[in-house]
Design a binder for this molecule. Structure first.
Ligand SMILES: Nc1ncnc2c1ncn2[C@@H]1O[C@H](COP(=O)(O)OP(=O)(O)OP(=O)(O)O)[C@@H](O)[C@H]1O
Ligand SMILES: [Mg+2]
Length: 207
């Protein structure tokens, strides 16, 4: 899994330029290839022991050219795994809260237009087994570039405190085209444990 982009351009880009380049890459996929990618990613995940051994799973409702998640959400529900969706908590310390989602959960759009459950069982982030995250970019070491809100980083900051804390498993979901050669990790960035794309499920080594 590698993207043959130009290394110079990626490494010398300012963060805003890199973000807009990655948004453009994410947008470039045709509707047909998006559906194909979605089907393939779901097949890889459903065949994995990571998925089979995860009980409490969080994922997201895709919007704005993110990797589509409709079939992933169906898969999680088909296996009767409790499914949680992120809800933005915009207090002094913006972070995510995870609320259980089922077929009849009422969803309401947040200020970014993303549908969120407003009522339901809340699960503390550390009790989740598997968290599927959207992203703009990732590299071969599991560094993740999000949309710049710091929501996932703040919510899962506890994972950076000790290498012994291995729960939940953070799985990025993306198109292969979102891979870049190297992302400069900031001290607060929480790295991914794995990445799922249309070409497979890849685990990152922790050093
Ligand atoms: N644990 C933290 N404590 C305090 N501030 C944080 C923490 N994590 C991130 N931030 C702040 O959030 C801002 C955005 O972080 P960053 O650019 O890494 O977002 P991101 O990873 O793209 O977003 P997201 O986590 O929502 O996907 C930064 O200015 C950073 O200072
Ligand atoms: Mg970050």
């Amino acid at each position: 899994m590698s993207y043959n982009g130009t290394m110079e351009r990626t490494l010398s880009s300012s963060l805003p330029a890199l973000r807009s380049e990655l948004k453009a890459r994410r947008k470039a996929a045709s509707p047909f290839s998006r559906t194909q990618s979605e089907n393939r990613a779901v097949q890889f995940l459903s065949a994995s022991s990571l998925f089979r051994h995860s009980r409490y799973v969080a994922a997201y409702i895709s919007h704005n050219n993110e990797f589509p998640t409709g079939k992933l959400l169906d898969l999680i529900q088909r296996y009767d795994k409790p499914l949680f969706l992120p809800v933005l908590e915009d207090g002094g310390e913006p972070r995510l809260r995870f609320i259980q989602y089922s077929q009849n959960t009422h969803l309401k759009k947040n200020r970014f237009g993303i549908p969120e459950p407003r009522q339901g069982t809340i699960l503390p982030a550390h009790r989740l087994d598997l968290v599927v995250t959207p992203l703009l970019g990732f590299d071969h070491q599991g560094n993740r570039l999000g949309m710049g809100g710091g929501y996932y980083d703040r919510t899962f900051a506890f994972l950076n405190k000790s290498r012994r804390i291995k729960h939940p498993f953070l799985l990025g979901l993306a198109f292969d085209a979102q891979q870049v050669d190297a992302l400069e990790a900031q001290p607060w960035d929480v790295p991914l444990d794995g990445i799922l794309t249309e070409s497979g499920l890849h685990y990152f080594e922790r050093n």
